[in-house]
Ligand binder design. Structure first.
Ligand code: MV4
Length: 453
């Protein structure tokens, strides 16, 4: 087992990884920008190294500075967290070339899933269900027309290098196809330097359901059930649940079997998440994330497994040591992402936190790196806390989340806590019938009411 790990991240996820390391008796190295010198992840680490100025490009994305920090401190492994360099295959390769373990999948698998077309053709060949669409890249407008006519409108043009909704265009009918095709290609070229696009049938009211997996280096692959991440606004998730209110145990088991068999065949290792759209009781694979995700705690709460500890054990070459039938799910978990933003306009609200009192009690977990007297810097993501609750069932988890949100005291900055309170009171949320479009309308509706008043 490693004796020292460098954590190439900041904020709550840096603390989250430190916690797993500490429980395993592993020393931690923090890296930080000059803006984060007073940050909690620096204070709580055994050692820290300043890797550059505030801009992420020059610090948390500074690959050689981070690798130098690992070499200087004698860290044997690097955990990338999420975001930043977590899905950068070149970085993973650099890390390994320096004799340091990258706590994540192989560079080959990161690269394979980073290209959405390769990810889809790989999954198709392995028997994972997909949305009807082009088998691969669509290079010409004529080819796009042919495929769209075959799968029927509306269709969606997506960038191969995309993900998270960037470079996506809907064509409602043949008249709209040319514009959608050209725009998607131009956007993809500008945003990713890669104009490859593909086509899918547009699903109008899906849920976003993702499956958590772990694979060791010995051919064992298991899944930890699904998360429902349908509550999003502009591709930013606000609230996640495990399990999904609409997925049965039988459907979960069936999908889990298909997915674990597929990943076993390609020799995938470490943590991963497969994203699906779920509509009319059908799962359709869209993308795979080759990292630990922000919302992993809801899976931990229902499975009672420390996913970061498992990532570290796997990376050190240990076997999982349990099989699928040993993984059981208990109760229901909900996570609210609390950001330093105006809850109505979503304008960023960095600044000095004058008071910080997180909620506690049975079944309540707060993952956060902020404290009273901390100044939220304007340079990074606005996530300041993840509030996670567990209950014996969904109604109990909802009641607990409402209670925890009411207890949460943060002063000095605006946060999205009031928005979460409203969501948790809404009949559509309580019924669990929402799709990926619900939150956008919910937020706009509130604005509409105000404008009309
Ligand atoms: C789709 C879709 C409908 N039909 N694909 C958006 C981000 C990217 N991960 C995939 N996305 C979508 N792909 C087909 N064939 C609708 C979306 C989508 C979406 C997906 C998940 C969560 C929120 C979303 C919001 C808008 C659109």
């Amino acid at each position: 087992m490693f004796t020292k790990i460098l954590i190439a991240n900041r904020g709550e996820i840096a603390l989250r990884v430190q916690r797993a390391c500490r429980e395993m008796g592993i020393a931690t190295v923090a890296v930080h920008s000059t803006a984060d010198a007073d940050a909690m992840h620096v204070r709580l680490a055994d050692e820290s190294v300043c890797i550059g100025p505030p801009s992420a490009r020059e610090s948390y994305l500074n690959r050689s500075a981070i690798i130098s920090a690992a070499l200087i401190t004698g860290a044997q492994a690097i955990h990338p967290g999420y975001g930043f360099l977590s899905e950068n295959a070149d970085f993973a390769e650099m890390v390994e070339a320096h004799g340091i373990a990258f706590i994540g999948p192989s560079p080959t698998h990161i690269r394979m899933m980073g290209d959405k077309i390769t990810a889809k053709t790989t999954m198709l060949a392995l028997g994972v269900p997909l949305v009807p669409g082009s088998p691969g890249e669509v290079e010409t407008l004529e080819a796009a027309r042919e495929i769209a006519a075959h799968i029927k409108y509306p269709v969606l043009i997506k960038a191969a290098a995309g993900g998270g909704g960037r470079g996506m265009k809907v064509a409602q009918d043949e008249a709209g196809l040319e514009d959608a095709f050209r725009l998607a290609r131009a956007e993809a070229q500008a945003a990713f330097g890669n104009n490859a696009v593909y086509i899918e049938k547009y699903l109008d009211k899906p849920r976003h359901i993702e499956l958590q997996v772990l694979a060791d280096n010995h051919g064992h692959v298991v899944h930890f059930g699904e998360r429902d991440c349908s509550l999003q606004r502009r591709h930013q998730k606000l609230l996640e649940e495990a399990g999904s209110p609409v997925i049965t145990a039988a459907a979960r088991d069936a999908l889990g079997k298909i997915v674990t068999d597929a990943l076993q065949k390609i020799g995938y290792r470490n943590a991963g998440t497969l994203e699906f759209l779920y509509q009319d009781e059908q799962f359709s694979f869209i993308e795979m994330n080759t990292r630990l995700q922000v919302e992993h705690p809801v899976t931990e709460m229902v499975s009672d497994v420390d996913l970061v500890r498992e990532q570290i054990r796997i990376s050190a070459g240990e076997e999982l040591g349990y099989s699928q039938s040993d993984i059981t799910f208990r109760g229901h978990a909900i996570e609210c992402r609390i950001t330093a933003e105006d809850p109505e306009t979503f304008a960023p609200s960095p600044g000095l936190v004058s008071l910080f009192h997180p909620p506690g009690g049975l079944g309540v977990r707060t993952d956060s790196a902020i404290y009273a007297g901390y100044r939220v810097p304007p340079h990074y993501d606005s996530l300041i806390a993840k509030l996670i609750v567990h209950g014996r069932n969904r109604p109990e988890a909802i009641a607990r989340m409402r209670r925890a949100l009411d207890e949460f005291a943060i002063s000095g900055i605006k946060t999205t806590i009031p928005l979460h309170r409203r969501i948790l009171e809404d009949p559509a949320f309580i019924a669990g019938t929402y799709t990926i479009h619900w939150l956008e309308r919910f937020v706009a509706g509130e604005d509409g009411l105000k404008d009309g008043a």
